[in-house]
Design a protein around this ligand. Structure first.
Ligand code: SF4
Length: 330
């Protein structure tokens, strides 16, 4: 491991100032991904700005009924929070589907959103990887890519985003709150992560030096039923092969609110806008769900070894939607 400077910040401003003062710095939250990557030589920060003691560790209800989750709220605390479990069950289920109990006790909400892909070529500094070292090529494209993307990838990178939590946040219309030297701003969770395009080294829309300060769940997502389901190689402590988060509300026999997002299919949580468009205003029948999901997944371009992801994601989506609104039989 290369030597680095360690700075502990006591306020958000102190953290962003310290980051700006140390080119090549990284923020350190729970450290569950960053420290692993440092051990592998993938991340070589000049400085770690420790933000885990910042006063961003509460879940609070806002005057308009929205819920703000501080960036330092631990994944275990978030999943167990009574309001989250009651009003946003998809989020609680998604967080519990990720990692292990020990890791969830350490990992933070902000860190979960910033975790890097688990593509094995990215984690092996002896292999080519455009994400780790732009211009070196993509080892996975012609190599082992069973776990990789089927939607929205580029020739530069076919990696998937590993977060379960981010998939639920995208479906729930959450917003990510950021703070940097230019002030505070907010980005829709569904737009926070990027597709790889020609710059796979950039995972998110975060600007240099910006710190995630929290996530806001809108009041409007609190009423409708929501759920998360994940398929993986073993029952726990495994990343998704495919996953689905859905939010569904039915009024007078038709869908009047829907949020649908897929995980592990793309470089970012894949908000299924096409499917949502055709479901809005439709009766929640099995045929309508199938039509909507098939329309969305028609854009998939499976690679040599991951075509299984498309029918897997389809079955997961139909199961989750069907459970949220038992289909009408006519
Ligand atoms: Fe690197 Fe992306 Fe290719 Fe994996 S898929 S080797 S992360 S460029």
């Amino acid at each position: 491991m290369k030597p680095f400077t360690y700075v502990r910040a006591d306020s958000v401003e102190e953290a962003t100032d310290a980051f700006a003062a140390h080119p090549g710095a990284r923020y350190l939250g729970g450290g569950t991904n960053l420290v692993d990557l440092m051990k592998l030589g993938v991340e070589v920060p000049t400085a770690l700005v420790d933000v885990h003691r910042l006063p961003l560790d509460t879940v609070e209800e806002l005057p308009d009924g929205a819920l703000r989750i501080g960036a330092m709220v631990r994944n275990s605390d978030l999943a167990a929070h009574p309001t989250v479990r009651d009003r946003y069950p998809a989020l609680s289920q998604a967080v519990l589907a990720g990692a292990s109990g020990q890791l969830r006790n350490a990992a933070t909400t902000g860190g979960n959103l910033l975790q890097r892909t688990r593509c094995p070529y990215f984690q092996d500094v002896s292999k080519p990887c455009n994400k780790r070292e732009p211009g070196t090529g993509c080892g996975a494209l012609g190599g082992v890519h069973r776990d990789h993307a089927v939607l929205g990838y580029s020739e530069q990178c076919i990696a998937t985003n590993p977060s379960d939590m981010a998939v639920a946040l995208a479906a729930l219309d959450a917003h990510v709150e950021l703070y940097g030297t230019e002030g505070a701003r907010s980005v829709a969770a569904a737009d926070f992560h990027r597709l790889p395009g020609d710059h796979p080294e950039r995972d998110t829309e975060i600007r240099p030096g910006e710190l995630i300060t929290g996530v806001v769940l809108p009041a409007g997502s609190a009423g409708p039923a929501s759920a998360y389901r994940k398929a993986r190689d073993r029952a726990s402590y495994a990343f998704a092969l495919a996953s689905v988060a859905a939010v569904l509300h039915i009024t007078d026999g038709v869908v009047d609110r829907v949020g649908l997002a897929f995980g592990a299919l793309a470089h970012r949580p894949w908000r299924a806008r096409r499917a949502e468009e055709v479901l809005l205003g439709a009766a929640p029948t099995a045929a309508a769900f199938e039509h909507a999901v098939d329309l969305e997944l028609a854009a998939a371009r499976p690679l040599r070894d991951n075509a299984y992801k498309v029918p897997l994601a389809r079955r997961l989506a139909l199961d989750v939607l069907g459970r949220l609104a038992p289909p009408v039989t006519t």
